[in-house]
Design a protein around this ligand. Structure first.
Ligand SMILES: Nc1ncnc2c1ncn2[C@@H]1O[C@H](COP(=O)(O)OP(=O)(O)OP(=O)(O)O)[C@@H](O)[C@H]1O
Ligand SMILES: [Mg+2]
Length: 341
């Protein structure tokens, strides 16, 4: 199996085998402050510490731990099972970390297999695809098939049955175990959910493959159409949500998240645990959305580097403009673009 070359998506999404393998490999260590002493000069756009504070850190939240455990359970139970295999759906609002959970579950499984079978360099145990936006009506199954081909570096030529045969042979030879399908809500417009369900079901029956889907309203989408009842029997649903801070346990979970970000900061005037007293403020600003929290701390840290204060304070955090939902902006009129057309 040849690994497809770099794609324009490589830096963002691990949707080719090569970029997925890079994503699964060891991550570079955090920069050492001793290697980045202050010079008094303007910080360049490509400064390594600025870049580091962009994605910052992946927090192993309780939800990520749940998903890793659930995916492992499904994989173990599907191993050697004949006929219908069970799958998982991650459903929840935007910025609650669905994509991150899906990718981490896949990365954890792949890294575990690589540790157990270090010489097995040919297998492709995990495939990750992301459904592109604006899937045309009737093209849902083709879109999934093409994305699988894109990941595997296969030509997406021929009709759906031919592509399925090609994919089947490659996935079977590569001992694929886990297929992660992200942004499933983009199939909403495809209106051919039965065809999609059948296409996926065929793979899950022919091959020992576990499917995990993620997206907004993912459960509704997977269980819609006349095959809905069948899908509802085959998939478990995990709902993601923002962090609450009501109970002592919830407060402690949030504090843990803040502590992980705090620990990851590489700012010259930052002292360990400086962020902890700001945990209630951070929750109030972000409404408990991990995506918003990550954006807030990341931007504040980059600001602290560029303005040379090298420290995150409540005043600095207050200057960071957050996403519209966190800033309580009204949403636009759903029909607006059509009306304008
Ligand atoms: N566990 C985490 N640790 C650190 N950052 C996280 C974590 N989970 C999510 N994020 C960050 O939050 C942002 C949103 O996360 P993600 O894309 O996973 O959410 P999502 O639920 O898939 O959103 P959408 O529904 O819009 O696709 C990303 O920038 C991601 O890096
Ligand atoms: Mg997502």
């Amino acid at each position: 199996m040849t690994v497809p070359g770099p794609s324009p998506y490589d830096s963002d999404l691990p949707i080719t085998l090569a970029s997925w393998r890079t994503f699964c490999a060891d991550q570079p260590p955090a920069p050492l402050l001793a290697d980045h002493l202050l010079t008094g000069k303007d910080v360049r756009w490509d400064d390594p510490r600025l870049r580091y504070h962009g994605p910052l850190v992946m927090v192993k939240t309780p939800a990520i731990q749940d998903i890793i455990r659930l995916v492992q359970q499904q994989l173990r139970s599907n191993m050697g099972r004949r006929g219908s295999r069970y799958g998982l759906v991650l459903d929840g609002p935007s910025a609650t970390g669905k994509t991150t959970m899906l990718q981490q579950a896949g990365r954890t499984h792949e890294r575990m297999l690589r540790r157990i079978y270090p010489d097995d360099t040919d297998s492709i145990p995990v495939i990750y695809i992301s459904v592109p936006s604006q899937v045309a009506k009737g093209r849902g199954a083709s879109t999934i098939a093409e994305a699988l081909c894109f990941f595997l570096g296969l030509p997406p030529t021929g009709d759906l049955a031919e592509i399925k045969t090609r994919l089947y042979h490659v996935m079977s030879k590569a001992r694929t175990q886990l297929v992660l399908i992200d942004e499933i809500h983009n199939l909403r417009g495809a209106a051919d959910i039965n065809q999609i369900s059948d296409y996926i079901k065929d793979f899950a029956e022919l091959l020992p493959v576990t499917f995990v889907h993620a997206g907004l309203d993912a459960w509704k989408i997977i269980t819609s159409g006349s095959r809905g009842a069948q899908a509802a029997k085959r998939y478990c649903c995990y709902r993601t949500q923002p962090f609450n801070r009501g109970t002592t346990e919830e407060k402690s979970a949030w504090l843990q998240v803040v502590a992980t970000f705090d620990n990851a900061l590489r700012l010259h005037n930052h002292q360990p645990e400086d962020l902890l007293p700001l945990a209630p403020y951070l929750h109030q600003r972000t409404k408990g959305y991990i995506g918003t929290l990550s954006q807030l701390i990341s931007q504040a840290a980059q600001e602290a580097i560029t303005n040379s204060t090298e420290k995150i304070t409540e005043d600095l955090l207050g200057t960071i403009l957050l996403d519209g939902q966190a800033e309580n902006l009204d949403y636009g009129d759903e029909d607006c673009p059509d009306k304008a057309a």
